[in-house]
Write a protein that binds this ligand. Structure first.
Ligand code: MIG
Length: 797
């Protein structure tokens, strides 16, 4: 073992020495040095795992992140011994393992370096804590950009930054506050047009440095555990995102209502106030699907109870809300009040389900209820117990659960002390190892219970803290932000970043949680959030009496809010289709520009615009009194949503930004499906679906996914995947439609609106039958027709 000269006794770094032998077992290769073993696992021709046993003993191979469904695909690979390296090749990449130093180089088929160890794997003994600090460092390639790592409130491109994962209750966080709530140890690199990802699956406190410490090195390390990382080759970043999401698990489709608008406040109470809010939405015709109950619904903040005084009859409340088309979502925190008369406390004590300190005392700490104890969600029995508690909530008509404070947060001391013990699914450990998966497993247990007890309805769960892979069961929000313009920009970047970090079902507190937005800030934020998968207004306006409802800022703002909430609901088929792409293939719903145009270096440092799904590009207004905004459009043709003006991409365009518009572009060739106006999901039977077809002379594909929007019929074939293809030229627009699936949708016909038609159309042909167009369609521009839903081809000419 080679030793670097120590600076002090804690900083001795150890490196593997030369390879003495190697062996292969199925998809696994083992390279032995005098003490260290490297395990290389070939998962697919693009995904390889590297795991190191520093002193020759592998720890349990276990992960709370990796999808239980992960399987090696059967692939061809081979190993060749070269002069200095062993080379393992798949059909897409080569992994070179250095004979002298165990360093890894990954090249693509053309021999171009994709990723290369700098110092590679090395470690340090953690004398004060036990175990090792495990490191890996990679060479930064020329012009390399970095992305990912979850919810960090900083620029999208992470080059020159250092970031840390240690879930923290970050009330009023600022730009560059780190760490925040979520722990997603996954990043992307992009250089020479090649994208790849590295997922460091380690639940201890992890750090990532993208050239801040040493400009030439991108490194990551953990204060314990093992060096265990997955390398994912693209070369497209979007493909890396898809593979990462499949590796850590794709989500199930949410109930459609959860993609509607949701309203919250800390807190609406008593129950009469909740009903008033609901009525207010309906009487003002502001679309909304859900109301959230924050902590004040409980009896003394005891989880799974309802305040006798303020919420005497929760079942009646949820029933009344349901009659108005509202779903009720309730918050549940991990802190269980120490109260010998409280059944949850009693059960947990009796069964030994609460976390204990190293010396055997219960882990006690203050949160909202006063002195609390905390379930050990890393124990599978505790998760089972916890999940069945949601039967009561489901029986009371609660349709979604909101998990908060699960970093875990403890007043005065921040979080649990390090000595707290955890089960970790049968491999006991201290809080150092379990901290970053505490909220993750709480939300997992919650989701299991909500799903089971809401059957046949689909569950909705949202959490503040989690680890990689939580997208399998939960949505997230970005936590306690501020009512400032900078935070509007942060919300936009953070939701993009979460989306490329596997968690697309994300949103921010619209208008800001802390502080009082003015109407302008509020409406700009609502406009942005119209294009975020999770859309909820929430604010901490308990003490100030400051209302943050869409009508709280006067008529003008309310009017614009109505327009955008309406747009949100009309776009639901598009959003739901985008969610389906995410669920089926792992494709992020929000895509930063460089994830759709990585060959264009102009996009690498831009984070003020993003795409939602395949065809919409949004650039939020993030300053007060902004009269116009410069928007960089990736190459290709774009339509301005509000007036159909056409733009050529590959350059910056200047867009006027009146208060009632957000810069929104549609990719030429797109078919955007829309519902008719509605105030909540299920309000009325939809008998007509509108398709907006944006002319392009380049062939273009679009998808529409549909199912019942709830329940599980879609798993038995009750869904449709409808594929549209537009093939048009200067004289005609041709739209073809094909579908698979067995869902009988309600609507009978399509209203098809063709935008940007470059000729004077006089007739249309539906499946071979020629018809005259109405005279009002004869102008260049927009053509509208109504056709039966079974059409296969329509031509406008
Ligand atoms: O210490 O439940 O982020 O959304 O309203 C504050 C009260 C606790 C923090 C959450 C916020 C929620 C608030 N919670």
């Amino acid at each position: 073992m080679q030793t670097i000269v120590p600076e002090n006794k804690y900083s001795i770094k150890y490196f593997p020495d030369k390879i003495q032998k190697w062996e292969k077992e199925g998809n696994f290769f083992y390279f032995h040095t005098s003490e260290t073993i490297l395990e290389v696992r070939i998962i697919s021709d693009k995904v390889i795992r590297f795991r190191y046993a520093a002193d020759g003993i592998f720890k349990r191979d276990f992960s709370y992140a990796v999808s239980p469904e992960l399987k090696e695909s059967i692939i061809a690979f081979q190993i060749t011994e070269l002069e200095d390296v062993f080379q393992i090749s798949t059909s897409k990449i080569n992994v070179l393992v250095g004979k002298e130093d165990l360093k890894i180089t990954i090249t693509d088929q053309s021999g171009q370096v994709v990723n290369q160890d700098e110092m590679g794997f090395h470690w340090q003994y953690y004398l004060l804590k036990g175990g090792k600090i495990v490191y890996c460092s990679k060479q930064i390639q020329e012009g390399e950009s970095f992305f990912g790592v979850g919810d960090k409130p900083t620029e999208l491109n992470l080059r020159s930054k250092r970031l840390e994962n240690f879930g923290t209750d970050s009330y009023g966080f600022k730009k560059d506050t780190d760490p925040l709530y979520k722990n997603i140890p996954f990043y992307y690199g992009l250089h020479h047009g090649i994208g790849y990802g590295i997922f460091f699956d380690n639940t201890f406190r992890t750090l990532f440095d993208f050239g801040q410490e040493r400009p030439e090195a991108a490194s990551y390390w953990a204060r314990g555990g093992q060096m265990n990382y997955y390398f994912i080759y693209g070369p497209q970043l979007l493909e890396v995102a898809e593979q990462y999401t499949r590796l850590t698990g794709t989500p199930e489709l949410p109930p459609l209502w959860a993609l509607g608008y949701q309203q919250s406040r800390w807190s609406y109470f008593p129950d009469t106030r909740v009903k008033e809010i609901a009525q207010e939405f309906r009487s003002r015709h502001l679309p909304c699907d859900a109301i959230h109950l924050d902590i004040d619904y409980m009896e003394g903040f005891r989880c799974f109870t309802f305040s006798q005084e303020n919420f005497p009859d929760p079942a009646a409340l949820t029933t009344e809300l349901a009659a108005m088309g509202f779903k009720t979502v309730a918050i549940i925190d991990p802190g269980i009040k120490v109260d010998p008369d409280y059944w949850i406390y009693q059960q947990g004590i009796e069964k030994g389900y609460f976390c204990k300190r190293a010396d055997g005392a219960l882990m006690e700490g203050d949160v909202w209820p006063g002195k609390c104890v905390f379930p050990d969600f890393t124990n599978p029995d505790v998760r089972k117990w916890w999940s069945q508690l949601f039967k009561k909530m489901a029986d009371l008509g609660i349709r979604g659960i909101w998990n908060d404070m699960n970093e875990p947060a403890v007043f005065e001391i921040g979080t649990f002390p390090e000595d707290v013990r955890h089960d970790y699914d049968g491999d006991n450990c201290s809080h150092r190892k379990a901290h970053n998966i505490y909220g993750h497993l709480m939300s997992m247990a919650t989701a299991e219970g909500v799903k089971k007890h809401l059957m046949p309805h689909r569950p909705f769960v949202i959490t503040r803290s989690c680890y990689a892979g939580a997208q399998r069961w939960t949505s997230v929000w970005t936590g306690d932000n501020l009512a400032t313009w900078e935070h509007l920009w942060l919300a936009s970047v953070m939701v993009q970043r979460l989306s490329i970090s596997g968690i697309s079902f994300a949103g921010s507190d619209i208008g800001g949680f802390i502080g009082e937005p003015d109407g302008e800030l509020y409406i700009r934020w609502l406009q942005l959030a119209t294009f975020h998968p999770f859309m909820r207004t929430h604010s901490a306006s308990n003490e100030t009496n400051f209302d943050q409802d869409p009508w709280s800022f006067g008529e003008k703002i309310e009017h614009i809010a109505r327009k955008f909430l309406g747009l949100r609901y009309r776009l639901l088929p598009y959003l739901y289709t985008t969610f389906w792409q995410y669920a089926a293939h792992g494709t992020p719903m929000l895509r930063p520009l460089c994830f759709v145009a990585q060959d264009d270096p102009e996009t690498h440092y831009r984070d003020d615009a993003f795409m939602l799904g395949d065809h919409l590009l949004i650039s939020p207004v993030n300053q007060a009194a902004m009269k116009s905004k410069d928007v960089y459009l990736p190459r290709g043709e774009w339509y301005y949503y509000w007036n159909d003006r056409k733009f050529e991409g590959g350059e910056t365009v200047t867009i006027p930004t009146p208060l009632n518009e957000i810069p929104l572009f549609v990719k030429a060739g797109a078919v955007i499906p829309k519902y008719p106006h509605m105030e909540y999901v299920g309000e009325k039977r939809i008998i007509e679906m509108t398709l907006h077809v944006y002319y392009s002379d380049q062939a273009a594909h679009s998808i529409l996914y549909e199912d019942a929007g709830d329940n599980y019929g879609h798993l038995e074939g009750q869904y449709n995947v409808i594929r549209f293809k537009q093939i048009s030229d200067a004289n005609q627009v041709r739209l073809k439609k094909k579908y698979i699936g067995n869902f009988k949708s309600d609507y009978l016909r399509y209203r098809i609106i063709f935008h940007g038609v470059p000729f004077e159309a006089t007739e249309y042909v539906v499946d071979g039958k020629v018809r005259r167009l109405g005279a009002r369609n004869f102008a260049v521009g927009t053509v509208k027709v109504v056709v039966d839903r079974v059409f296969e081809e329509i031509i406008i000419r």
